[in-house]
Design a protein around this ligand. Structure first.
Ligand code: GLU
Length: 509
């Protein structure tokens, strides 16, 4: 196989949809699997759709996901620059080359002329397409005399270069996922390749020229580009680059949770899940949720995405990036669209949270604690999270599940208080306070042994004592085993919390 060189070529038109992240991921896995290179090219030749901040967003998203770029925007490389707007001088030559070879032509029609033509065609009951039937009837270099063409260009009339799509030819194509595909060119129109108005190529021309110049070996991209494939094949032929033409793989769509139609931001808004990797604020101030800010771990997010359209052929579901690299192959990418399941995304994240060690949990916990004004050593932060991790689904759950380790209750859950703060319980707690006070070694095991012995000697019920203690220390019917709490907060804090409840909560009769 030739040297594998793949590219992720997003257009900076807004935040990167998770479908785009998956495209980047599959390119990356393929590159790494075959010891190749991953290129990031920014396709920003459509100035109308350019959105400030989108490029930075794309780069930050890839970084968060752990998708490394070997060459491209932000990294550099032998084919720099990798931002198409900075390569604008390259493309005109190629557009002219196609015109000279008879594969393309100049078109001078104004929007008004074109509209008139379109209206006439529609009035005659035809659907308008800019193709072999009409290109000689409009002012183009195919219908106008050569001198007229030169004069128009010389005097600065606006023009475009269009591809001269052959009539009635079958283009035979091979896609690594879809197999063999054939399309008759009579169904296709003459796409614009270059525009004089902004001296910029369109997507089709820039994409082919750059894939060629950057020696791209495989084009792995979304299914929405499949209809462009015949044109791309013909462009390679027109340029005489068929020998080094990349192989193509068109990835299946990401579908709505209902399974019908493409997954959109609206689905996410309606059903409460993000469709973007990171939080995004548009230039007009509109915001969109992101997986990172919603509390997902990058590894879980990537793992979940990897299986939307690809399967390893085994039952394995949890994959590290390296395991994905080792297992990935385009043969196992499906043709059918992949249904996005928000619950499955959560399930993956929960698995990842449960598998983190205290050391790995600490850095997730620290910013949350800091935001609540709590400064503790990493070890303490990690330990708190570690005790509760089995109940965590998202990073954003961490505070609710662990706050009682760091903050004494300021109020008591009514349901629990009603049940526990009555009868002999307040007096019993007072007595337990003295027992705790007398314990030297406040480790979980030792405290538990002493308290249990006391409960037995006194003939109390274990549940009753534990729930009353929970009310005092946690303030609610949640949290881990009580001796995890006593050990974590320590003797002094236990006594303090018991004193607080004794002093502030009136027994409920
Ligand atoms: N710029 C195109 C996009 O935004 C790239 C398509 C391709 O990979 O050829 O998706």
């Amino acid at each position: 196989m030739r040297e594998v060189r793949v590219r992720f070529a997003p257009s900076p038109t807004g935040p990167l949809h998770i479908g785009g992240v998956r495209t980047a991921l599959y390119n990356y896995l393929f590159a790494r699997r075959h010891g190749g290179k991953m290129i990031l090219r920014i396709e920003d030749t459509d100035s109308q759709r350019f959105v400030p901040g989108a490029e930075e967003y794309i780069i930050e998203s890839l970084k968060w996901c752990g998708i490394e770029i070997d060459e491209g925007v932000g990294v550099g490389g032998p084919h720099a620059p990798y931002r198409q707007s900075e390569r604008r001088d390259i493309y005109l030559k190629y557009a002219k080359q196609l015109v000279e070879a008879g594969w393309a032509y100049y078109a001078f029609d104004t929007p008004e002329e074109l509209e008139k033509f379109r209206a006439e065609a529609e009035a005659a009951g035809k659907t308008f397409a800019y193709n072999y039937e009409v290109r000689t009837q409009l002012p183009t270099s195919l219908s106008l005399p050569q001198e007229e063409v030169e004069a128009r260009i010389a005097r600065g009339d606006q023009w475009v270069v269009r591809f001269k799509m052959p009539e009635n030819e079958v283009v035979k194509m091979d896609d690594l996922i879809r197999g063999h595909v054939e399309v008759n060119t009579s169904t296709l129109d003459d796409k614009v390749l270059y525009k004089s108005v902004d001296a910029l190529p369109t997507y089709h021309l820039a994409n082919i020229v750059d894939d060629h110049l950057m020696e791209v070996s495989h084009v792995i991209r979304g299914e929405e580009w499949l209809p462009s494939l015949p044109l791309h094949y013909l462009l390679y032929r027109a340029f005489g680059w068929t020998d080094t033409q990349p192989e193509f793989a068109h990835l299946p769509l990401l579908l709505k949770p209902t399974g019908s139609g493409k997954l959109s931001k609206r689905d996410g808004d309606k059903m409460g899940f993000p469709v973007f990797p990171l939080f995004w604020t548009s230039p007009t101030g509109e915001t969109s949720r992101g997986y990172r800010e919603d509390g997902y771990l990058a590894g879980a997010f990537i793992n979940m995405l990897s299986l939307l359209g690809w399967n390893p052929g085994t039952e394995q579901e949890i994959f590290s990036m390296q395991e994905l690299i080792d297992a990935f192959s385009l043969d196992r990418v499906s043709k059918a669209g992949a249904r996005f399941q928000p619950d499955k995304a959560k399930w993956f994240n929960a698995q990842y949270m449960h598998n983190l060690t205290a050391e790995e949990l600490a850095p997730l916990m620290q910013p949350i604690l800091k935001a609540h004004g709590i400064e503790v050593a990493d070890e303490v932060a990690g330990k708190a999270a570690d005790i509760m991790k089995e109940r965590m689904t998202l990073v954003t759950d961490m505070w609710d599940l662990t706050s009682f380790f760091f903050v004494a209750p300021t109020e008591y859950e009514e349901k629990l208080a009603k049940k526990q703060w009555k009868g002999e319980n307040p007096a019993m707690l007072q007595e337990l306070r003295s027992v705790l006070e007398g314990i030297e070694d406040f480790s979980k095991e030792n405290t538990e042994a002493i308290v249990r012995a006391w409960i037995e000697a006194k003939g109390f019920s274990l549940g009753q004592v534990m729930n009353t203690l929970r009310l005092a220390l946690v303030g609610a019917g949640k949290g881990p085993g009580m001796f995890d709490v006593t050990e974590f907060i320590g003797k002094e804090e236990c006594i303090k919390r018991i004193d607080t409840i004794l002093a502030t909560l009136k027994p409920i009769e």
